[in-house]
Ligand binder design. Structure first.
Ligand SMILES: *Cc1c(COP(=O)(O)O)cnc(C)c1O
Length: 351
């Protein structure tokens, strides 16, 4: 009888929150559909597509469009099948079995999974009061000889952002590789994009799944100085980004005005969601703390967060309880209202 090894037995498949006909505010996706002109471009691309041929392994057009949109050198950019893929490729390539990797908990769960599969030794640093303590991180990483530190900025699930100057100090202070996951940086202004050559040990990750509304296409990017970017290209599977995603991603990234408009609408949604939560908070002092975040979701520190998440799901609203926080994605106006109404109801009933 074949038996799974220990490292696989320790894992379980990713389980999305689900309920029938739910308002979905659990996965931090954009609530906006892609604009009509992008859909039209997609349909035209299908007619042209050589489906019998492999995609461009370098995804050159896509990387060029990314470089142009963010003003970075396309030679520093590697495209991937979602940034999830990059996390796993980076762990398998940059970490040797038994070497230490560090995460700043709570943080994105794929980091621990990637390090576990790469057979790394996990140093899980707790963030005091949800915020990154740069000196503590530098000290611990260097003392434990951490070869790879990975964290999200702004952070999922805390929504908090580390200011640029602090991030630079952190990257400079840590001797190992620093993987800076900027999945939510479109909603903030503290990116290190464009500075990747100033650091010998920095890889920045970005995704099209959050601000850009392309979660279905699975598009992520790594940005690093050429030697590191090349190492990632060598470690990934050659045809990792399919041709349709390359074409559509290029089309979206080449329309900065559409992206900026979508971003503006998400920011309006965030304001409405946070404003509504602040009002509810004022009526229920001490019931929850709304963290001052810079993402497309709200992070609530509340004692009965898990119970409230379950109760919301029963009432048709899916949010996530993760890392000790209730995490609520900004939705369409009616979705935000549905959440706020149910959330207020629950707090009234359990006061
Ligand atoms: C959503 C998310 C990702 C995943 O991005 P994909 O490109 O969809 O794989 C990566 N990092 C963080 C912190 C995220 O929240």
């Amino acid at each position: 009888m074949y038996e799974l090894n220990e490292k696989l037995r320790a894992l379980s498949p990713y389980a999305p929150v689900d309920g029938p006909g739910c308002v979905r505010l659990d996965a931090n996706e954009s609530f906006l559909p892609l604009p009509g002109e992008i859909i039209a471009a997609a349909k035209a691309a299908i007619d042209e597509m050589k489906f019998n041929r492999y995609p461009d392994p370098a995804a050159a057009e896509l990387c060029r469009a990314f470089g142009e949109y963010y003003n970075v050198d396309p030679g520093h950019v590697v495209a991937s099948n979602g940034s999830d893929e990059l996390i796993s490729v980076i762990f398998s390539g940059f970490l040797m079995g038994g070497e230490a990797f560090a995460t700043l908990e709570p943080d994105f769960s794929m980091y621990a999974q990637g390090g576990h599969l790469a057979e790394g030794r996990h140093i899980a640093l707790e963030k005091p009061g949800w915020a990154i303590d740069v000196d503590q991180v530098i000290d611990t990483c260097n003392r434990e000889e951490v070869r790879l530190l990975i964290f999200s900025n702004p952070c999922n699930p805390t929504s908090l952002v580390l200011r640029r100057e602090q991030t630079r100090r952190l990257v400079r202070g840590v001797k190992g590789l620093v993987v800076l996951d900027e999945a939510y940086m479109d909603f903030s202004r503290e990116s290190l994009l464009g500075e990747e050559e100033d650091f010998d040990n920095l890889i920045i990750l970005r995704t099209c799944s959050k601000a850009m509304g392309m979660a279905a296409l699975r598009l992520g990017f790594a940005v690093a100085r050429p030697e590191l970017a090349n190492a990632i290209r060598a470690a990934k599977s050659p045809y990792n980004v399919n041709s349709l995603s390359q074409v559509l991603g290029t089309a979206v990234l080449s329309r900065p005005e559409l992206l900026r408009e979508a971003l503006g609408r998400i920011m309006i949604s965030r304001k409405a969601l946070l404003g509504g939560l602040a009002e509810i908070g004022a009526k229920h002092p001490g019931r929850f703390l709304l963290l001052p975040g810079e993402t497309n979701f709200a992070a609530l520190d509340m004692e009965d967060g898990r119970e409230v998440q379950q109760e919301l799901l029963k009432r048709g609203v899916a949010v996530r309880y993760t890392g000790g926080l209730l995490r609520v994605t900004c939705g369409a106006p009616e979705e935000n209202r549905a959440f706020l109404t149910k959330f207020a109801e629950i707090l009234e009933e359990t006061r």
